[in-house]
Ligand binder design. Structure first.
Ligand SMILES: [Zn+2]
Length: 178
């Protein structure tokens, strides 16, 4: 059996802090949710380690993942991002971030926030979440949707039950545990 993320992250300089402080914990911060969606999209075809190592550069390049700011990105921003060696320079991924920010702006108008929109979907199994994301966002295939929802506490499975972080996550009452 392949090692679980809990095992991979143990004592790892990059995975460790993410695993201990963020992975699976629920968040209601829209910039954080948008960041996590963008990072999952950027991971496609690459490793999560690669993405985590570039995280600081990503945050800078994408203006703190402020949805309104990214939604306003134009051709000059795309050119800037394509030249930024700190991030993953993939035009489709960059354009997906901008398009998804625009779609999120629309959702924020109707639901108040990204977090509230996620809540409004209620309890869904992965297959249904995939359909919901497919009709709502771009560049959100099965793997990306699954990783995003597990990572933000909307689906279970972020931690092994014997992982010390498992109980800490439960205390935060992630949506999947309600
Ligand atoms: Zn764990």
């Amino acid at each position: 059996m392949a090692a679980s993320y809990c095992e991979i992250a143990k004592d790892h300089p990059v995975h460790g802090p993410f695993h201990d402080q963020e992975h699976g914990f629920p968040t209601r911060d829209d910039a954080e949710l948008f960041e996590r969606l963008c990072l999952e999209i950027n991971q496609a075809g690459l490793s999560w380690l690669t993405v985590l190592k570039k995280r600081e550069a990503f945050q800078k390049a994408y203006r703190g993942f402020d949805i309104d700011r990214v939604a306003r990105f134009g051709s000059r921003d795309i050119a800037r991002l394509m030249k930024d060696a700190g991030i993953i320079r993939n035009r489709r991924k960059i354009e997906a971030a901008i398009e998804n920010a625009r779609r999120l702006q629309a959702l924020c108008k109707t639901h108040g926030s990204f977090a509230a929109w996620l809540d409004a979907q209620g309890e869904q199994v992965l297959e249904d979440w995939i359909q919901i994301f497919r009709k709502t966002f771009v560049f959100t295939g099965k793997e990306i949707v699954n990783e995003f929802l597990v990572g933000t506490g909307h689906l279970p499975g972020a931690h092994d039950e014997d992982c010390p972080i498992y109980m800490l996550v439960l205390k935060e009452k992630p949506p999947w545990s309600r």
